[in-house]
Design a protein around this ligand. Structure first.
Ligand code: FAD
Length: 320
């Protein structure tokens, strides 16, 4: 059976959920071989084996942490050359997309980014993408080289599929370019205790209708009752009510959660571009004619300052 390389996104050995989703998709195409790099790489093996990885190639070196992405591209290329996979899958994070693009150029292959589904085809993997602000779905296949494909978080379920997950050390020799851009300092982002926006299963967003930074507490309370991430429209971000890192949309982040709750957001095309692939969409807006109601599964016409606290209270009651 063909092998499929899966690039592992992990933090000190803790595998992030989008990688486990990738393993589900990789198993549709062949036998997943995972590539884990950096500190704790070997510790990723049990979780990866539990979800279908037949092999885990690991490498650790100071270069992975000290420089930007090129050392990781060197390592992924070494893995690619070692196993000649049928496809290379990566999560659609900013870093992994850069790694994917550089690898595709190096190995002379086509690349598909931000796939939302993946299936085996007669002539190689077929990826579904959502394009033009999610107005269309396309099914795409790479026609040159080994397909390099990045997949958006929440595109596939996490499935238990125990496999060997044998750990093998990957030999990497770094190219001259690997040490071209050194990281001189890091500033950890303040933790909110909430899930990462692009990976969250539920996102609760607020827009101009929230009407002030302090009022975002209403949105945060609903998010916390659901264990959700908080998002914001550009209008709310531009007004300085919420940080840009939380902006959803064309010039913000693209999210695809199981549930997206938009409060006080009109549904401009640029906002839809970042959330329209969400599985279930709920909007709370006092204007029954707001365009957001064209794409929702459930809509509430009402004042968010009445509706959202009631919803939060009800969820808390039901959760006990
Ligand atoms: P508005 O459009 O002003 O809507 C506010 C809504 O709140 C209204 O529908 C109103 O009825 C409702 N409301 C008011 N008070 C209440 C209340 N008490 N209870 C319930 N509802 C209430 N936008 C993004 O979001 N993300 C992007 O990445 C993005 N990128 C852009 C890129 C470009 C190049 C451009 C030109 C624009 C971009 N925009 C983006 C901006 C976009 O066009 C809209 O201006 C923006 O999305 C509007 O945000 P909003 O829905 O919060 O505000």
């Amino acid at each position: 059976m063909a092998e499929v390389l899966v690039y592992v996104d992990h933090v000190d050995g803790a595998v992030r959920k989008p990688t486990l989703e990738l393993l589900t998709l990789a198993r549709r195409l062949g036998e997943p071989v995972a590539v884990a790099l950096g500190p704790g790489a070997e510790n990723t093996a049990p979780a990866l084996a539990e979800h279908g990885a037949v092999k885990v190639l690991t490498a650790d070196a100071a270069e992975f942490g000290d420089y930007l992405v090129v050392p990781k591209v060197d390592a992924l290329q070494a893995a690619y050359e070692a196993i000649s996979p049928a496809a290379v899958l990566l999560p659609s994070s900013a870093e992994a997309k850069e790694i994917a693009a550089r690898l595709a150029v190096r190995i002379g292959s086509g690349i598909i980014t931000d796939a939302v589904d993946l299936e085996a085809g007669d002539q190689g993997p077929v990826a579904t993408q959502s394009v033009f602000a999610a107005a269309f779905s396309t099914r795409t296949r790479v026609s040159k080289g080994t397909p390099v494909i990045t997949v958006k978080p929440n595109s596939a379920p996490v499935e238990a599929a125990p496999a060997a997950g044998a750990v093998e050390a990957l030999t990497v020799s770094f190219s001259e370019k690997a040490t071209g851009t050194k990281i001189v300092s890091r500033t950890p982002r303040e933790s909110t205790g909430r899930p990462e926006l692009t990976e969250a299963a539920i996102v609760v967003s607020g827009g101009r209708g929230v009407n002030g930074a302090e009022n975002f507490a209403v949105i945060e309370a609903l998010a916390d009752s659901l264990g959700a991430a908080v998002g914001a429209s550009r209008a709310a971000v531009d007004a300085g009510w919420y940080p840009h890192s939380s902006q959803v949309g064309q010039t913000g982040k693209s999210v695809s959660p199981q549930l997206y709750i938009a409060s006080g957001i009109s549904g401009a095309i640029q906002h839809r571009a970042g959330m329209q692939t969400s599985k279930t969409i709920v909007a709370i807006n006092k204007d029954a004619e707001a365009p957001i109601f064209d794409l929702v599964d459930y809509g509430v016409v009402g004042d968010l300052f009445e509706v959202v606290p009631q919803l939060t209270d009800e969820i808390k009651v039901r959760k006990g």
